[in-house]
Design a protein around this ligand. Structure first.
Ligand SMILES: [Fe+2]
Ligand SMILES: [Fe+2]
Length: 320
């Protein structure tokens, strides 16, 4: 990742969350995460639209991992003695309503930025929840989430290379997402018990997470100067340009869809997919095989295994 674990770390000053006394707040957080993992179904859309074989292989593996995480969070709820329940409106909107409009938006906003913010929340749980099995389950999951964020960062870099207008559009959209996240700080200050040693630190965690996300955007190359140094007018101009660009692209693709409908009905003029491009795909061109580096990682089988068994066992336990 372009931002290290050390940079992302937040100092809770030793404050902990007790699985019995603080059960309600931990359960609430896990129910939100569970919804986030279920949105792994959206990977099916991106797999169908993957630009190359390498990305398709990554997404196929990511889908498996996200559904392992569903099992992980069900197991955590079982440990806490709580049932799965609906996520809040805002989480459902952020995870589903703001789904990227194209590949560059998906990798930049959902994977690098969105999964980066969720990763920060997972680290916070690992650092505070005072229950060893829950922490062990979360630690196994974050290794995979780190790979998802890394993929998002690298793919965003690739997408924006030589495309300054796309770079500005993604930055404008990212600013809106970050503004939404930063609103949580004031909300938490009002709603959380400020006499609780861990919970009173959450507004500061939000501010830290936004600062880290801004650093990530800068290292990806979406901005050359720190976002904090951009004036309000410059930010507004970027946001207006981003949404105007989205609107123009949406209209253009609608017009093209109507005009090209007759051709598409007979299988012509549709978007190019891997079934059209695989023979010239870089992975295949490199000697006609995927190569040893692309083989399944032998460590994967144990990735989800821990003292309590494999993820399949965890999942089975959760379903039992
Ligand atoms: Fe996940
Ligand atoms: Fe993920």
């Amino acid at each position: 990742m372009l931002v290290t674990r050390e940079e992302m770390a937040f100092d809770f000053q030793g404050a902990r969350l007790d699985p019995v006394k603080d059960k309600d707040v931990i359960v609430w957080a896990v129910q939100q995460f569970l919804y986030g993992e279920i949105t792994g179904v959206q990977i099916g859309h991106w797999l169908y639209n993957a630009p190359d074989l390498e990305s398709a292989r990554f997404l196929a593996r990511q889908a498996v991992e996200e559904f392992q995480h569903v099992g992980n969070f069900l197991r955590i709820l079982e440990i806490l003695g709580a049932p799965p329940d609906k996520a809040t409106w805002s989480v459902r909107f952020l995870a589903t309503g703001l789904m990227g409009g194209d590949w560059s938006e998906h990798v930049a906003l959902e994977m690098a930025l969105g999964e980066g913010l969720v990763l920060q929340a997972f680290y916070a749980m690992i650092d505070t929840v005072d229950e060893p099995e829950i922490v062990a389950i979360l630690k196994r999951g974050v290794r995979q989430e780190e790979r998802h964020v890394d993929f998002g960062e690298q793919q965003t870099r690739k997408a924006i290379a030589g495309r300054p207008a796309l770079r500005r559009r993604l930055l404008g959209l990212a600013l809106v997402s970050l503004w939404g996240v930063s609103r949580l700080e004031a909300f938490m200050k009002k709603r959380l018990p400020m006499d609780h040693p861990a919970l009173k630190r959450l507004p500061d965690l939000v501010r830290h997470a936004v600062r880290i996300a801004e650093l990530r955007l800068m290292r990806i190359g979406l901005t050359e100067v720190p976002i904090s140094s951009l004036s309000a007018g410059r930010k507004l101009a970027l946001i207006v340009e981003a949404y105007a660009g989205k609107l123009a692209l949406g209209l253009l693709s609608w017009v093209l869809a109507v005009l090209l409908l007759p051709l598409r009905l007979v299988g012509l003029a549709g978007p190019k997919r891997l079934t059209d491009t695989y023979l010239s795909d870089p992975l295949i061109v490199r000697g006609g095989r995927l190569g040893p580096g692309a083989e399944d990682d032998p460590g994967d089988a144990g990735e989800q295994a821990g003292p309590g068994g494999t993820s399949a066992e965890h999942g089975a336990a959760a379903r039992a």
